[in-house]
Design a protein around this ligand. Sequence first.
Ligand code: SAM
Length: 280
Amino acid sequence: MNTLESLPPLRDVIATHGLAARKSLGQNFLLDLNLTAKIARTAGVLSDADVLEIGPGPGGLTRSLLAEGARRVVAVERDRRCMPALAEIAQACPGRLEVIYADALQFDPREHLSPPVKVTANLPYNVGTHLLTRWLSPPEWPPFWQSLTLMFQREVAERIVAAPGSKSYGRLSILSGWRSQARLVMDIPARAFTPQPKVNSAVVHIEALPAPRFPAEAKALEKVVASAFRHRRKMLRSSLKSLAPDIEDKLNMADIKPTDRPETVDVERFCALSELLDKG
Ligand code: SAM
């Protein structure tokens, strides 16, 4: 029987199974198992956790998650061509890898997982941000996941971890800063991928806090933040005026100057404003 160590190099796996990268699926593969091992380690101790991996592709990161001792890995992939390669990995680790052929945007993996759950993914940019927003936005907290370890274009990673006042600060920073702790943990140069993309990437590690830092309703906060950042250069009294006739009073009550621009307002004051708007 194969073991993880005896599986062929990823280049051979790609050749054997005809996994030429498809642009339409955002396929840029990581073939260096030393690098995928480093990424797996940034997800923390895995031996007591189920890992949800989205987009395993030929299975480089999947192998590393298992080699680093993950209790179980549930891997969701929408390219059917990858199934035989992933089945070989599952055979090498009996009972520890479940592969699901599905579009992660249409599929709810929760019934396949037992807590604690750590999520890892190296996804195309648009799918990654869509899922991140979904994972950060449930009405109830804590969420089904304990941590998210995700690869993004470097510029998106900067937006997730940005502090108020920086030019990257915006919706993603507020969404992640409200109920979780996000850190940029590793830079990955474009040349590490096959084929090589145009831009560099970075890994972000996000830990869910046990409770939100500040009281707010997820939907109400999202609404005010979306309106505030739709026009970054506008003063808040102007960009938020459609949300309440007395918006200037509400801004003052939340300790925000009506002439402020959104990138100067921290998460606490956005939460206070959303509570004031939500509760009338
Ligand atoms: N994890 C592998 C690696 O690091 O080499 C592959 C990464 S590649 C950037 C993205 C992977 O996500 C591809 O295998 C692609 O088929 C898969 N993918 C793209 N969109 C997806 C979706 N909506 N649901 C599940 N998998 C998806």
